[in-house]
Write a protein that binds this ligand. Sequence first.
Ligand code: CAA
Length: 292
Amino acid sequence: MEIEKVGVVGCGLMGSGIAEVAAKANFDVIVREVSDALVEAGRDRIRRSLDRAVEGEKLTEADRDAAWTRLRFSTELSDLSDRHLVIEAIVEDVKAKNELFATLDELCGPETILASNTSSLTITDMAAATGRPDRVVGLHFFSPVPVMKLVEVVRTIVTSDEAFNSAYAFAERLGKKPIVAQDNSGFVVNLLLVPYLLDAIRQLERGIASVEDIDRAMTLGLGHPLGPLALCDFVGIDTVYRISEIMFDEYRESRYAPPPLLKRIVAMGRFGKKTGQGFYDWSGDQPVPLPL
Ligand code: CAA
């Protein structure tokens, strides 16, 4: 089946990026959010990103305008019923995702491929909530979606070759570089990244180095674009916490357990860049490390 019509459920940071790259790659896209206010916020986020791509000379004005016409927004899941592929990018909560997959399974035609952008839950859980587990895959994108080239394409033990190959080809048509991963919590990237981020927080807890110096070590020593603590702020400290809880629950290995300091920062509502404060204060031109 040739994928032409794409649905995206959730228009937050990830959903908006996925919708944007799909529209830029000539797909007909419908994005669903739960309220008019969230539709507006998502629409604005996509528009700002498209404008930024034009300013950075990554996209012509004509291509931006064409992509914009390929995007439609809705608050009704039933509007996604004619889609060839639906990608879920809602909250990282297994109950919410399973309910969504069960509803999409009822609404969509039997050929529709259902995909999740989950970063730590297993695709198998969502597949089992549907009557088409062979047509459920993982399509895990990286933030910022228009910039990061990788997509992890994930198959379970029952994913059909046909559905998997269609999803893989879709990622390529977006201009991304896909990798193949078997279904497991964390796939390839987060299985490596999450213990690394948590170990950076443990270093801080043990007083080994300051926030600034831990990040400087990894940017200047290894050439990473961001150090691990700045990356936590970028991903969202609440998200890092949620992912580590899910991975710890799955593997029961201490390397995935959230360090107490991470819990304290989340309890204070310091979720990183999106709330203005995390390990850093992001209100000025340059991030300033906060005392912890
Ligand atoms: N559309 C298209 N291109 C864009 C763009 C947009 N909306 N916004 C920025 N760009 C381009 C810019 O034009 C620029 O291109 P050039 O390098 O060719 O000039 C490039 O992206 C970098 O942009 P900036 O110069 O504005 O910004 P920067 O140098 O500060 O880099 C960053 C920003 C790319 C995000 C960089 O900080 C980075 O690589 N950070 C790490 C990101 C990362 O690790 N992401 C993964 C997070 S983990 C995850 O997502 C998964 C999970 O499950 C937790």
